[in-house]
Structure formats: structure tokens, C-alpha cells
Ligand binder design. Sequence first.
Ligand code: SF4
Length: 382
Amino acid sequence: MDTQEKLDILSRDAQYDLSCACGTKNPAEHRTRSGDGSSWLYPVTTASGGAGIMLKTLMGNRCSNDCRYCPLRANQDFRPAVLSPEEIASFFYDLQKRRGLIGLFLSSAVLSTSDKTMQLLIDAARILRTRHAYRGFIHLKVIPGCSLSAIDEALRYASALSLNIEVPSAEHFAPLSSTQSWRDDIWEPLRYLASKTAVGTRHAAVGTSSQFIVGASDEDDRAILGSVNELYSEMGIGRIYYSAYQRGLGESTIAGERARVIEPDLFGNETSAAHLVREHRLYQADWLLRVYGFGYEELPFAHDGNLSLEKDPKQLWAEANPSRFPLSVNRATREELLRVPGIGPTWAARIVQARRAGRLSSLSSLGFSPSLVAKAGRYLTL
Ligand code: SF4
């Protein structure tokens, strides 16, 4: 196989990993490809709001682990492919010079051992940094079960590192894999990564992220978001991603699944519609924790420990807290405005900015659309 053939196979298998931040500002578009026929190229929204294209691929796809939700798990019948570090480094470097790619996301299935696989990823990054003097963005996946010294070496070359947590606890992971220990192979390396990239440390500029698989085990949203809260507020992990379990690619351990309706996703895989909605609600709750200043204890879980599939969590919180409203548009703080359904950081900043010039007398004059006036106006007074 030539490099492009391998990339066709390996990039298809990389689609399940959303934690590279490939995709646009809308989390629902994480699985969107660039649309130019190259399946390994993905659109990306950068932290500064710009846009570009990232090359995203696995180094190899035949895994020695057996995670039940994963299509790459051991003993599956699919075409194997492996890239060498020289091969992917040269291919990416040439392509980024011709096409102006903004970065490389390298992940892999576990090829024989975690440390050997990690070394392939590190070697590719090292070749790019040293032989090609590439100074751009490189995101490496930390392979579960790798040694702490491998993480140290990856930190020398990577702009960002991620390690997928998958589920909130060892108890939730036990039915999913017989070859890995959640605590030893995932949790402890993730804690180590967080400590090495904490504010004030030498590698503080290295971005960190992790990802949950949603719906493959029996954890509820309360457990997932409790873990998310710890990852953000105590460990300082930069971003968390959520990937709906895709039925048909792996096996579910749940006897009676929450979802009944099955829909093909963007890649033609069958994914339960409820799992996709659940993924979306988790992203909304994540924004409440990470951007909107909500505390974990304020999230509106139902009696079964899950977020509502029908309503967005911020709307539900507002309905459950009528004493907090209406807010005066002219006096509310930015933090209070962020709690109004429909108002995000951009609108809150616009209101705060506009009232410096004088008292506001209408929302429409700020550019609020009629639907936003209808949604937010119920919670505001002029
Ligand atoms: S270790 Fe990763 S690639 Fe391997 S089976 Fe588990 S989830 Fe899949």
C-alpha cells in the first residue's frame, strides 16, 4: 500500500476520536471532513477564531486491546495498515507546505505494546521538529498504558496531548475491557499529564484534552459530568469531548438501551438518535461548567441522573429558578446575563459594551433577532 492508501484506511478509523478539536465551532460538526475528497483532512476552528485544515490519522489500526465499544479492538476482521514515522512526517510536511495545513493530529490503536506505539507517534513528531524544523501544531494521542517517561518525551515535541478517559470510573470500565486497567492505564497517566502541564510548569503551554464514550457503559450524565468537573477544576484539563457510542461498530454492555431510534450518522454508521442528543446535551452542560460559570451542583439532572433529552440544561435551570429573574438589562452583571437562556458570551459582552454609552431601551436595537428576543426577553426587563 502506498501512503495515500494507508491514509484512506487509517483516517477513516480515526473518525471516532473527536478530542483533536477537529471540526468547527459547532460540536455537532466534529465528524465533518474537509469535503475535498481527502478523507484525512478535517476543518478546524482555532482558539483565536480562525479556520483551517488539519491532517488527522492513526499510525496503525490493529489494536491489541479489546475495548468492546471500539471497532478497532483485537480480533476484528478489517484491513490492517501501519504508517512509519518517516512516512507520515514527510507526507504531512510536504502537504502542509503545498496546502497550508494548520496542524497534524496523530493517534493510534495499540500496536503490540503501549510504549512501542507511543514511540512511533513521538518519532513522527521528533522528525517533523528536528529534520523538517516544523514549528506548527502537532497533537499527539497519549496511548493508554504507556509509561510516564513516554509522556515526558511526548511533551518535548507536542503542541497538545490528549488521553481519552472513556468513562468516569474503573467500575464503569470493567465490563468494557479485559485487557486494560482504567485506573493504571488511563486515570494515572491522565493525572500525570495534568500535573506536567499545570499552570506555572515548564509545559503549561501544551494543550490537554480528553474524551468520554457516551452510551457504551451504564454511567449516567451525573457521573460523567462529576468526572468532567474534577478534570476541569481540580486537574486543569483544557477540554473534554463526548463521542456517542455507535452501535454496530462495537458491542453494548447495556441490556435495555436508553435509545430505540437508530439513525445513520455522517459516515453511514448506525448511531442511536438518543445517544447523539445525549452527546449534544453533555456538550451544552460542559459549556455551562467551562464558560458560563455554573457549578456542577447547579446542573439540572432528572431523577435517573441524566440530563433531559428534550430541553437544553440552561433552559431547565432557568425554569427551575424563577426567583433569579427577570434581570434588568441595564444593571445585571455579565455573569448574571450569561444565565439567561439564549444569551452567550458574545451577547453578554455586547450588552455590557452598549450600556456604557447610555441606558438601553430595547433588545432589538442591539441586533437581537426576533427569536432571541422571544427566548431571552422572558427573563429580562428594560
Ligand atoms: S485501546 Fe483504543 S483503539 Fe484499542 S480497542 Fe481500546 S479504544 Fe480501541
